[in-house]
Design a protein around this ligand. Structure first.
Ligand code: SRM
Ligand code: SF4
Length: 601
């Protein structure tokens, strides 16, 4: 029913000017046919019958979202406002019922449930799990094999966050996949979009002879914390957290938004400054803002915390990021950009406001840091902290395991190991708890499964992102090229030092090419008038104690030419290095121009 247009209140007490204004106002309202309530409360005209607040003469302020005007926020923020990914289960059921692939908005939402529609590369869904600390039981691996066999493409892939993905899932099977995953005691919630990604931890935590701290309990505690706090699924962007316990295998915590790095604080030496000296023990240093695709490693922020404070601290930092992070430009919405804009002191001050304990600043120089990690320590047989036990690092070329291999690995873990499997950010796996007597049997069994326990210095250091077989952003077949390169170079060269080659299909740098001894980023180039797959090639990257951003030396080299180019590069290095010099050290002491000349045909 349309309300009768309001009339002006009785003119008692109005000046001619006020009467003229009122008549004009009412005429305007009548013309627009809006008929809003116009009240007269306490000497004020109001549009709000209940509160009597707004003056019609004043423009209503624009609604905001996390402090940003709605007109400025990204489409992804609008999608989240409309319907959170966490509430999209009904939509998933609907898509499953109709075997329908999602549109852009639901593609975004379903990633919060762990399902990625990776169109146009593949017209299907990809499951990205969460495997906190990379730790799986044999039963879980077997269950994942069942998912890959029944509803996927018969394979799984280990990711650069010690995680597992299964591809080519039809929309009709999405619900089966997620319910089966839950039955296995696993989840995929928040493995994509604006959440904290899989929490990583040192792959040999708890079994390592050189570690300072078993960091698994903290990684698991944070995993459960973020899963159970809804606001942490609505960050401005993705977020990575890693726990480094100081073991033989580096978990590349310095490439994460927050890296917790175990260190030891000893008793002060006689006569030394003891101001603010904490009790001797193991603590975490806190590193912030690693994002190697943007050529930045995480930096120590001065804090020294007790390990038990790490979950609360991460949660507080996440909430500062959630409250103040950019919601208008996704390229600038990572933690790095918030801290670049406001400063680390501001960030820590905001974090402190959200904590029930005080934060201690303590000089990095007064902490004993971890012993150096072992390059390629993720491969081969090593003694555990526990007497008579060993762990075996298994080579999984570019992280791909067939269903048969998954089942066999599960069986081997149960027969010869502890029944657990560890996944690493180096896209491979470790079998822990192998008694001395079973080591040789296990090695033979692995070889029969098409896997290996030893790698050449080349094959062991290959890391490749999904590439154009599954990812729309990729210019190249990174995984296929990595295997070809590894095999070809292994036949032509005999390296006496481990070497890492990282291949990434686009600037997003999921395989972290800037921290590789050799980093290759896929591009397209013209060859004989045709567009072909090619790489920009960088040298001299490193991580942890050997941290460095690789320098780009070659641009747009067609893949067909890269094996020959890299053979020449590595032979030149072998011929000219100083005794024991690593490839990274060799390339770092030359300028880009010198390297181009040195490696020229
Ligand atoms: Fe990544 C986006 C694959 C680790 C930086 N990444 C993607 C998407 C989802 C492409 C997309 O938006 O459609 C890729 C899906 C391909 C597929 O179908 O398999 C993808 N990223 C991967 C994985 C599977 C690579 C791998 O082969 O191992 C890794 C999954 C990790 C996991 O289990 O959670 C993966 N991605 C990384 C890492 C390394 C890390 O997280 O430790 C990085 C660099 C660190 C960082 O966060 O910057 C990384 N991925 C990106 C970016 C660039 C983010 C940025 O702010 O610069 C994107 C693009 C985006 O987020 O919009 C991206
Ligand atoms: Fe895709 Fe680029 Fe990530 Fe490779 S680096 S998986 S091409 S987004």
């Amino acid at each position: 029913m349309i309300a009768t247009p309001p009339t002006a209140p009785p003119d008692a007490g109005f000046s001619p000017l006020q009467r003229e204004y009122l008549q004009g106002l009412m005429a305007g309202v009548a013309q627009r046919q809006l008929y809003p309530f116009v009240g007269y409360v306490g000497g004020q005209f109001t549009a709000d019958p209940a509160a009597g607040g707004a003056n019609l003469a004043a423009a209503a302020p624009e609604e905001t979202h996390h402090g940003f005007p709605l007109s400025e926020i990204t489409k992804q923020e609008l999608w989240k406002r409309e319907l959170s990914g966490l509430d999209s289960w009904d939509r998933l059921l609907e898509h499953a019922e109709q075997n329908k692939l999602p549109d852009d908005a639901d593609t975004f939402r379903f990633r919060s449930l762990g399902l990625f529609h990776v169109s146009p590369a593949q017209k299907s869904l990809m499951l990205r799990c969460r495997i906190p600390a990379g730790e799986l039981t044999a039963a879980q691996l077997r269950g994942l094999a069942e998912i890959a066999e029944n509803w996927g493409n018969g394979k799984s892939t280990i990711t650069t966050r010690s995680n597992l993905q299964i591809r080519e899932i039809a929309p009709k099977d999405a619900v089966h996949v997620l319910t089966k995953l839950t039955a296995l005691g696993l989840t995929a919630r928040g493995s994509g979009t604006d959440n904290v990604r899989n929490i990583t931890a040192s792959p040999t935590a708890g079994i390592d002879t050189q570690e300072l701290l078993d960091v698994r309990p903290y990684a698991h505690a944070l995993h459960h914390y973020i899963l159970n706090n809804r606001d942490l699924y609505d960050l401005p962007r993705k977020f990575n957290v890693a726990f480094e316990g100081g073991g033989a295998i580096d978990v590349v915590a310095d490439t994460n938004d927050i890296g917790f790095i175990a260190c030891r604080v000893g008793a002060p030496e006689a006569g030394a400054v003891t101001d603010g000296q904490p009790a001797p023990g193991v603590y975490f240093r806190v590193e912030l803002c690693g994002i190697t695709g943007h050529k930045q490693f995480a930096r120590d922020c001065g804090l020294l915390i007790q390990p038990g404070q790490s979950v609360a601290l991460a949660a507080a930092m996440l909430r500062v990021f959630g409250e103040f992070g950019d919601r208008t430009d996704r390229k600038k919405a990572r933690l790095k950009y918030l801290i670049d804009a406001r400063g680390v002191e501001w960030f820590l001050a905001e974090t402190r406001k959200r904590l029930a304990f005080s934060l201690v600043q303590f000089p990095l120089e007064r902490c004993q840091l971890r012993s150096p990690a072992v390059k390629h320590g993720h491969l081969g047989v090593y003694r555990q902290r526990q007497a008579g036990l060993n762990y075996v690092g298994v080579v999984v070329p570019v992280g791909i395991l067939s269903v048969k291999q998954m089942r066999r690995v599960a069986e081997l873990a149960e027969h010869y190991g502890s029944g657990f499997i560890r996944l690493t950010p180096w896209q491979n796996l470790i079998l822990p708890g192998v008694t001395d007597g079973f080591v040789e049997t296990l090695k033979r069994a692995l070889v029969r499964t098409g896997l290996h326990h030893e790698a050449t210095h080349l094959m062991g250091g290959l890391v490749a992102c999904t590439g154009n077989q599954g990812c729309k952003w990729s210019s190249t077949d990174t995984k296929g090229h990595a295997v070809t390169l590894g095999r070809t170079l292994s036949q032509r060269l005999n390296l006496d030092q481990p070497l890492n080659i990282h291949l990434t299909g686009c600037p997003n740098s999921c395989a972290q090419h800037y921290m590789g001894d050799i980093g290759m980023q896929g591009v397209k180039t013209q060859l004989n008038g045709e567009s072909v797959e090619a790489y920009n090639i960088a040298f001299g990257g490193g991580f942890g104690g050997d941290q460095a951003v690789a320098q780009q030396v070659f641009t747009g080299i067609p893949f067909s030419e890269t094996p020959r180019l890299l053979e020449r590069v590595l032979k030149a290095y072998q011929a000219r290095r100083t005794a024991g010099e690593s490839f990274a050290a060799f390339t770092r002491r030359h300028s880009v121009k010198q390297l181009q000349e040195l490696f020229a045909e």
